[in-house]
Design a protein around this ligand. Structure first.
Ligand code: 3PG
Ligand code: MG
Length: 397
């Protein structure tokens, strides 16, 4: 059933192993604010190093658009990675050419080296075969452990696999196995929670989900667009008024597919977008003109818990409110804890993904209790949308 080769199939001793990882971690004031992605790649790095491979890490950071940009250097990440790994991680100031080549030539078996941001070269995002062969020249074997970048057909995620013997790393392997288990043939009822700021970035997802799930909870800023499309006044809330027709189409598609759409019935509103801003709970048809919705209210939370109780499978992408600001994290925390509890009792398979979702589950202290938490954002969405991921397809034999 496994369609791709894993580290079990690879000869690693003495080999230069180009390992694609996703180190695109959230940073705040120069420090890593959530190291989940770094933690996830440690087992693969350790396994390759322990087998005597020379680990050469390839990664991107941010969107520098093909040009070097000191603000998007991976150099600070090398130190963090070294700390977590308990072993020094070298750094090369370019991912191809003489700089990288010189350092790679001096590596010993078991060493770990991080190459500078692959997106400092235009050939990366263009998936330029010439750039891919420059990368390939640095290694003997290619391992992709970056499921979360697998929706990009870039040189380091796709092109390289056409030049070298290619394998899935342990994180990629675990991710694909878990998603298949959770969503391949899910136990019903299936409930999805979709949140986050914008409908515009999740139209394909919503359109696909209404055909596949029994209940779709919509929260976060994107719920405001649905409320407005239904005729509610949302005051100063984040809202994509130009997507009213799209929201109505999604609601119609849901109705004809027999999928219940669960929108907020009450909301926590404030006049300022900041932690501890004075707030009040109102019904969604009574949002004051000068206020903005920052979380779903307690009645809505109870309703969401009821849907979680009914579900055998839960798929979650995106927070229900402005979870990074207390007290507007309340609904996301309550729903997360409830889903974790149902999972612990064995009643629920819970699969969550997306950068903000991972942070929210960590904040609630329940990430470990979920059946599987994917660190992927866009890739998780595209997978849920049913689209083939180039970085996964190319690993299939
Ligand atoms: C992510 O953060 O979702 C991945 O690292 C991919 O980054 P990208 O959206 O800039 O391609
Ligand atoms: Mg992203």
């Amino acid at each position: 059933m496994q369609q791709f080769k894993t580290l079990d199939d690879a000869q690693l001793a003495g080999k230069r192993v180009l390992l694609r990882v996703d180190l695109n971690v959230p940073m705040q004031d120069g420090t890593v604010s959530d190291a989940t992605r770094i933690e996830r790649v440690l087992p693969t790095i350790r396994e390759i190093a322990a087998a005597g491979g020379r680990v050469i890490l390839l990664a991107h950071f941010g969107r520098p658009k093909g040009k070097p940009n000191s603000e998007m250097s991976l150099e600070p990440i090398a130190a963090v990675l070294g700390d977590r790994l308990g072993q020094p991680v070298g750094f090369a100031e370019d991912c191809v050419g003489p700089v990288a080549d010189g350092i790679v030539q001096n590596m010993q078996d078991g060493d770990v080296l991080l190459l500078e941001n692959t997106r400092f070269h235009a050939g990366e995002e263009a998936n330029d075969p010439e750039f891919a062969s420059q990368l390939a020249a640095l290694g003997d074997v290619y391992v992709n452990d970056a499921f979360s970048a697998a929706h990009r057909a870039h040189a380091s995620t796709e092109g390289l696999a056409q030049h070298l013997p290619s394998y899935a790393g342990r994180t990629m392997q675990a991710e694909l196995e878990a998603l298949e288990k959770g969503l391949g043939a899910p136990a019903r009822p299936v409930v999805a929670i979709v949140g986050g700021a914008k409908v515009s970035s999740k139209i394909d997802l919503l359109q696909n989900l209404v055909k596949k799930v029994d209940g779709l909870v919509i929260g976060g800023g994107m719920a405001n667009t649905f409320l407005a499309a239904r005729g509610e006044s949302v005051g100063k809330s984040l809202c994509e008024h130009d997507l009213a027709d799209t929201a109505r189409d999604i609601m119609l598609a849901a109705a004809s597919a027999g999928c219940a759409i669960i929108l907020p019935e009450d909301a926590v509103v404030a006049r300022a977008f900041k932690a501890n801003a004075p707030s009040e709970t109102v019904a969604v048809d009574a949002v004051p003109e000068d206020a903005m919705i920052l979380d779903v209210g307690p009645k809505t939370v109870e309703r969401i818990k009821g849907w979680i109780d009914r579900a055998k499978t839960l798929v979650w992408n995106g927070p229900l409110g402005a979870f990074e600001l207390t007290p507007f994290d309340a609904a996301t925390m309550a729903a997360a804890r409830h889903a974790a509890e149902r999972t612990r009792t064995g009643a629920l398979v819970s699969v969550a993904g997306g950068g903000d979702t991972v942070s929210a589950l960590n904040q609630a202290g329940v990430a470990e209790a979920f059946t599987y938490v994917s660190t992927a954002g866009g890739a998780f969405l595209e997978w849920m949308e049913g689209k083939p991921l180039p970085g996964v397809e190319v690993l299939k034999a």
